[in-house]
Design a protein around this ligand. Sequence first.
Ligand code: NAD
Length: 258
Amino acid sequence: MGILEGKNILVTGVLTDSSIAFHVARIAQEEGANVVLTAFPRPTLTERFAKRLPAPAPVLELDVTNTEHLDGLADKLATLGWDRIDGVVHSIGFAPQDALGGNFLHTKWEDVAVAVHISTFSLKALTVACQPMMKGGGSVVGLTFDAASAWPVYDWMGVAKAGLESCSRYLARYLGREGIRVNLIAAGPIKTMAAKSIPGFEGITEDWSDNAPLGWDITDVVPTAKATVALLSDWFPATTGEIIHVDGGVHAIGGRLD
Ligand SMILES: NC(=O)c1ccc[n+]([C@@H]2O[C@H](COP(=O)([O-])OP(=O)(O)OC[C@H]3O[C@@H](n4cnc5c(N)ncnc54)[C@H](O)[C@@H]3O)[C@@H](O)[C@H]2O)c1
């Protein structure tokens, strides 16, 4: 018996097989879950990588800024035979180039608005879209990059992540009585599409493994995916509004590890 045996888990954010969400979907299936993926920008791309999962996973188109997509999500899942959702993975982030890479002081509001809409507000939008199918409670898990510090080059994405962290706590407040838990994983840097699109991302990654008490491999998605699956399971029944760091321990030490 896996820790997600028989659970229906909706996974957003599979762009390629390097996506954090791909490995969450893979491990969730290995742990017994039924998985449906959502895709942006093109279902065909996600479908191609879905074939590499251990079991078939239907793919639904979902742009989290599209109200029609969000409003139709529960019906589409019902069409696939789901009568409930037990877990939702929010693995979504985007910021325009102008909002990243050291341009912080000159970024226009329009670009910040895009980053906050897709990376922050979408956690609320996705959760509320799934809420009607979570009558028996459930677990929502999102991905952040520790927003307690102002990192080099991460800029407005860092601000959006600070908002995401706060958003998850408000969702925990408003949905706890319905048995819905909302938590985040604060992952260390991982070489994915999203990471590669941040100009100067190496500035964040270069010392990470040296400063992590447990060490850190930027090509290894498994620790992050495993922790996400653990939060989706019944093994965190009294945890909500929490941020679990999966970063080799970097957040826990003050500065450099000598
Ligand atoms: N890679 C890292 O170093 C790292 C570290 C900590 C947290 N995270 C977070 O993990 C999450 C997943 O990122 P990843 O690193 O796997 O990269 P990724 O590029 O594989 O995934 C980002 C996903 O966001 C989706 N997306 C963008 N705009 C969207 C929209 N309008 N509607 C729906 N989906 C949309 C993309 O389709 C893609 O699947 C993000 O929230 C990211 O910020 C990443």
